[in-house]
Design a protein around this ligand. Structure first.
Ligand SMILES: N[C@@H](CCC(=O)N[C@@H](CS)C(=O)NCC(=O)O)C(=O)O
Length: 221
């Protein structure tokens, strides 16, 4: 495991999920250290004091502490699925879409999911704010399997874990809404080998341990 980048990760975190999805697609192996958010390892906080996961530490000590940067780093090394290989105008549209989901969609999602933590949050209003972004995806998915065509893109990979989080706040309600394309897109992702390969359960990493080799076989599944 020596010489491999280290990834501090948390299984259920959507940001860590998308980092693992990109690493798994690229076949870039890391030593994964499973973090418990209420008990973050001192080793992680030393290199990334802001204390969020995922964090990737390269063998030369360089630190990536934003999930999008970890995705971009892995896919720049190797992108066998062509997740980033699209015409420049499509790549621009993907960036704009990912910014919407990382920004106002995620803000509304947090205030919907954790409404009790925000004194002024109206759960239904926040749910509706986020829903407007899902209606945009619904239109994009009309007649095609993925957001930008018949194959997965960086944007699908970056956004799906957050749509999963939204859906699971109230899955019954989510399934009844007028977005059948979004439901099918999410269901196909949740049923995929790709998803199960990044959702393996690992015990909490303890200082001095090597970490777990991820992805397990270094190949895309
Ligand atoms: N902008 C960061 C956000 C990462 C983030 O907020 N992760 C959450 C977990 S899903 C976290 O670590 N929160 C810190 C905490 O809960 O203590 C990224 O893209 O990596």
């Amino acid at each position: 495991m020596n010489g491999l980048p280290v990834l501090y990760s948390f299984r259920r975190c959507p940001y860590a999920m998308r980092a693992r999805l990109a690493l798994q697609s690229s076949g870039q192996q890391v030593a994964l250290r499973e973090v418990v958010l209420r008990d973050k390892p001192a080793e992680m906080l030393r290199v990334s004091p802001k204390g969020t996961v995922p964090v990737l530490v390269q063998p030369d000590g360089a630190v990536l502490e934003e999930s999008r940067n970890i995705m971009d780093w892995a896919l720049a090394k190797n992108d066998p699925e062509g997740l980033t290989e699209w015409p420049s105008e499509v790549l621009d549209a993907m960036e704009a879409l990912m910014a919407d989901f990382d920004g106002p969609f995620k803000t509304a999602l947090d205030r919907y999911k954790y409404a009790t933590r925000y004194a002024d949050a109206d759960e239904v209003a926040e749910r509706n704010k986020a829903a407007a972004y899902l209606m945009k995806l619904e239109a994009m998915l009309e007649g095609q399997r993925f957001l930008f065509g018949e194959r997965m893109s960086l944007a699908d990979m970056a956004i799906l874990p957050f749509v999963r989080q939204y859906a699971h706040v109230d899955i019954g309600w989510f399934r009844e809404q007028a977005w059948p394309n979004v439901v099918s897109w999410l269901d196909a992702f949740l049923a995929s080998n790709r998803f199960s390969a990044i959702m393996t359960k690992y015990p909490q990493w303890k200082s001095g341990e090597a970490g777990v080799l991820f992805p397990e076989c270094g190949e895309r599944v």
